[in-house]
Design a protein around this ligand. Structure first.
Ligand SMILES: [Fe+2]
Ligand SMILES: [Fe+2]
Length: 176
């Protein structure tokens, strides 16, 4: 599992408390890549999550070779990799707590807590967001790489469905 690093948490956290929707031009670029059933999933994401998604997809767009086979599918994978975070409904502070809890308690804690109620249930769901995102995307009829990347983007390379050279560009974009 590729865990978020503390430095990364800090940067992400301070990015998250800045309000505001992404610029209109970026939103229409993103929507232009998404299918009619994926668009509402993107729209449900919070402003910081949509800004992150667009930054990752723009970095992937810059990093992936022109004319690459299934290039747009890889860009949609970049845009929607964190879509499962919408399911838990945790705000920024809750996410920091969830991420720290996950770093300490791991997957067992996520399993245990998703069956509880209230706040601990949200934390448990948040820790499972890659899987929940993959389920949402399967229902939306997303392409295979899009579904797989939600589920696998924190996994080691050996567990990727995407070709490693593409996955590496998406990981670098996620951490940029
Ligand atoms: Fe993620
Ligand atoms: Fe991400």
């Amino acid at each position: 599992m590729r865990r978020l690093r503390p430095l990364h948490w800090g940067r992400r956290f301070f990015g998250s408390i800045r309000p505001g929707a992404p610029p209109e031009a970026d939103v229409s670029w993103a929507l232009g890549l998404l299918s009619p059933t994926e668009q509402p999933l993107f729209a449900r994401m919070s402003n910081p999550d949509r800004r992150h998604a667009i930054r990752v997809a723009r970095a992937a767009d810059a990093g992936l070779a022109e004319g690459l086979d299934r290039r747009d599918e890889a860009l949609v994978a970049a845009l929607l990799h964190d879509v499962g975070k919408t399911v838990a409904g945790l705000g920024t502070y809750g996410r920091v707590i969830a991420t720290l809890s996950g770093a300490v308690g791991g997957a067992d804690l996520a399993e245990l807590w998703q069956d509880t109620t209230g706040y601990t249930r949200k934390v448990g769901l948040y820790l499972r967001y890659p899987e929940l995102g993959a389920e949402l995307l399967a229902v939306a009829g997303s392409k295979p790489w899009v579904i797989a990347w939600s589920r696998e983007h924190h996994n080691p390379e050996a567990d990727w469905t995407l070709p490693p050279e593409i996955g590496r560009v998406l990981v670098a974009a996620d951490e940029s």
